[in-house]
Design a protein around this ligand. Structure first.
Ligand code: ADP
Ligand code: MG
Length: 308
């Protein structure tokens, strides 16, 4: 994008006075000031038209989602959001689109006290990349590597169909709620955590590998977490498959010692987030699916292949 057009657009849609950060949009760098004793938690996620959303997406929903997927990464680490940057590539300057997009973006940003402090704007295929910065007390971040045999496996909220399927089928984009408050409440309680962006089995797999453990997962407990409406008419095999391999939920999957069950439930209440126990960590590597009675489930699940 050339010359004054770019700067007008940044001034109009992406500049607000920084409140928490010492320096926001407008200089060569933004400045952040994490509190003493805190570590910066940094994550970056890109959304590409045609791959993550359709050109017909409502821009306010896209603004929400672009930030939500990044806040979800902070949530999984138990980090408190501070600020974010936005790199934006746009095919053309469409004022109505930009106004709606920035409204959706700022609504979620304000809800989390996370401010836009910089970015880059250029002409090109529609593409969005947000980098988010959070803070967490040194040593207190929730990692993927902390799960231990005997821990419970928990999932927050409800599970759903992959967002792409949702958008293609319904012509609209999901509005995930990043579980930031739950992540903060789980500091010192959860032993490991991950946010679910590729399906429960796939993302729990990251925790199992990083922690050098395996798990037993109750496929029926997971199927019961499907948001009603999405999959009401499907048979149990399909419901299990949706819950295990479906996607893009931006819920947290986490582990905690069995002795911490009451503390996990209290963290759920404190953050107004449902938390459900769906399995147990075991020393033996791999993932074993069981039904509600504890009998093995042999059903094939797409992202299950990682564990073959
Ligand atoms: P530079 O040439 O130093 O990269 P730019 O001219 O690209 O700076 O941007 C000018 C200012 O506007 C910088 O502070 C930059 O962080 C900010 N900025 C550019 N694009 C965006 C955007 N989409 N959202 C927020 N801030 C932006
Ligand atoms: Mg630039």
């Amino acid at each position: 994008m050339s010359g004054s057009g770019e700067f007008d657009l940044i001034a109009r849609y992406f500049t607000r006075p920084a409140r928490r950060s010492p320096l926001g949009v407008g200089d060569d760098c933004a400045l952040l000031a994490p509190a003493a004793g805190m570590q910066l938690a940094v994550s970056c996620d890109m959304l590409v038209e045609g791959r993550h959303f359709l050109s017909t997406v409502e821009p306010a929903r896209l603004g929400h989602k672009a930030l939500a997927v990044n806040l979800s990464d902070l949530a999984a680490c138990g980090a408190r959001p501070l600020a974010f940057t936005l790199a934006l590539s746009l095919p053309a300057v469409d004022e109505a689109w930009l106004a709606d997009f920035s409204r959706g973006l700022y609504a979620l940003a304000d809800a989390h006290g996370c401010e836009l402090v910089g970015g880059d704007t250029t002409r090109g295929p529609l593409n969005l990349c947000i980098t988010v910065f959070g803070e967490v007390p040194a040593g207190a971040a929730l990692l993927r590597s902390g799960a231990r045999a005997g821990d419970d496996v928990w999932v927050s909220g409800t599970l759903s169909l992959p967002a792409e399927a949702f958008e293609l089928a319904r012509g609209r984009m999901e509005q995930p709620t990043p579980r930031v408050a739950l992540g903060l409440a789980l500091r010192g309680i959860a032993t490991a955590a991950v946010d679910i962006s590729d399906g429960l089995v796939g993302d729990l797999g990251h925790v199992l590998r990083a922690s050098g453990v395996g798990a037993r997962l109750d496929a029926d407990a997971a199927a019961n977490l499907l948001a009603t409406g999405d999959t009401a008419g499907l048979d149990i095999d399909l419901r299990r498959a949706c819950a295990l391999a479906g996607g893009d939920d931006y819920e947290l999957a986490f582990t905690a010692p069995a002795s911490a069950r009451a503390a996990v439930e209290q963290a759920g209440r404190a953050s107004a987030t449902a938390v459900t126990r769906v399995g147990a960590i075991e020393a033996e590597a791999g993932l074993r699916l069981v039904d509600a009675q504890g009998a093995p489930v042999t059903q094939h699940v797409a992202s299950f292949d990682h564990f073959a």
